[in-house]
Design a protein around this ligand. Structure first.
Ligand code: UDP
Ligand code: MG
Length: 330
């Protein structure tokens, strides 16, 4: 597959015109499998009969992944190289930001996300008039028991704490409409895409797929990565922990006030050991005021956090189909 043929020239586009589809695929040390993956992807994309571009986002690979990806000389495919290993989510963001397609499809480059699903994803989006097509893997049999259990726990906890209606076993394998891509890219800070999209609540369809084994090598996301994702998901989507601290500050300081009252009453009834009342009064007053201040600071911080989070508050569209994603009701 070293030369372009006329079909390919018709189908892919390297002009300034917007292609129908951009495929964004992050790659980190995938030298052994990347050629096979891209060749298979190419077959499916050319069968689609739509204009496309492929963006392979090299996430600072330390092997020959980039050379291998370029070795197939596919004019519809560009490699966007990040200067260092920034992580899968940032690679996805970089690719989405460089993409031009009306629809953006994100998929892994290790062969686990089957390219044959692409046509079903596009049909589902167009038939159901959806802005996002999520892909979920109902049975994660190719994951270890530990990874499956950690994932189940992650989704359960995150749904409870953040109240985002995220379905189990979401993959970073999805099709996103251009207006949604633009809205998501405007959100500042770390983005957990699998949570951000359902949090904003775009019109969506969820399809199921069966993940394949990697073409080569081993997955790199272990317990450390899952823990980091869980932390980012909580910190990025809810001020609930901050509000909990603020509330406990308020409750405990109210308790301290009552206790102080008790200390004063027992002091007046001279039922106390010398010095106890003054020590208790000092401890309770200072402790109570400190906790009260924490709860005030917590409440203000929660407001600042909500502003900085800057998630679009809604997604709406005119009934003729044009989208309008808003922030702060604008
Ligand atoms: N990946 C990446 N940066 C990283 C780690 C992984 O871009 O730091 C890419 C990797 O090449 C693959 C996708 O992200 O295309 C998913 O990674 P992996 O297969 O290791 O994760 P798993 O499938 O085990 O969740
Ligand atoms: Mg994988």
């Amino acid at each position: 597959m070293t030369e372009d043929n006329s079909t390919e020239l018709r189908i892919h586009t390297d002009s300034q015109e917007r292609p129908f589809l951009s495929v964004v695929t992050p790659m980190f040390n995938e030298a052994e499998g990347i050629v096979e993956f891209l060749q298979e992807l190419k077959v499916f994309l050319e069968d689609l009969g739509r204009t496309y571009e492929v963006l392979v986002v090299d996430d600072g690979s330390r092997d020959t992944s980039v050379e291998r990806a370029l070795s197939i000389h596919w004019r519809g495919c560009r490699v966007l190289a990040l200067s260092k290993n920034c992580g899968h989510q940032i690679a996805l963001e970089a690719g989405m930001s460089a993409s031009r397609g009306t629809w953006v499809l994100t998929m892994d480059s290790d062969g686990q996300h089957p390219p044959e699903c692409i046509q079903y994803m596009i049909s589902a989006a167009l038939d159901e008039d959806a802005d996002v097509v999520y892909m979920r893997q109902p049975d994660r049999t190719n994951d270890s028991w530990a990874k499956r259990s950690a994932a189940t726990m992650y989704y359960r906890i995150i749904r409870t704490i953040t109240k985002v209606p995220i379905a189990d076993s979401q993959a970073d394998f999805r099709l996103i409409h251009r207006p949604v891509v633009e809205a998501v890219l405007k959100v500042p800070g770390d983005k957990v895409l699998r949570l951000l999209l359902p949090a904003i609540g775009y019109r969506s369809v969820t399809l199921e797929y069966s993940a394949r084994d990697r073409i080569a090598g081993k997955g790199r996301f272990g317990a450390g990565w899952q823990f980091k994702m869980a932390l980012l998901s909580i910190l990025g989507f809810t001020s609930a922990p901050l509000r909990l601290v603020a509330l406990s500050g308020l409750v405990i300081s109210a308790g301290a006030a009552f206790w102080l009252l008790y200390v004063l009453v027992t002091y007046m009834q001279t039922r106390t050991v010398t010095g106890w009342s003054s020590v208790m009064a000092a401890v309770l007053t200072i402790g109570g005021l400190t906790l009260l201040s924490v709860s005030v600071v917590g409440e203000y911080l929660a407001r600042v956090y909500d502003l900085l989070k800057a998630h679009p508050k809604y997604s709406a569209r005119f009934v003729d189909g044009s989208a309008n994603s808003g922030k702060d009701g604008q």
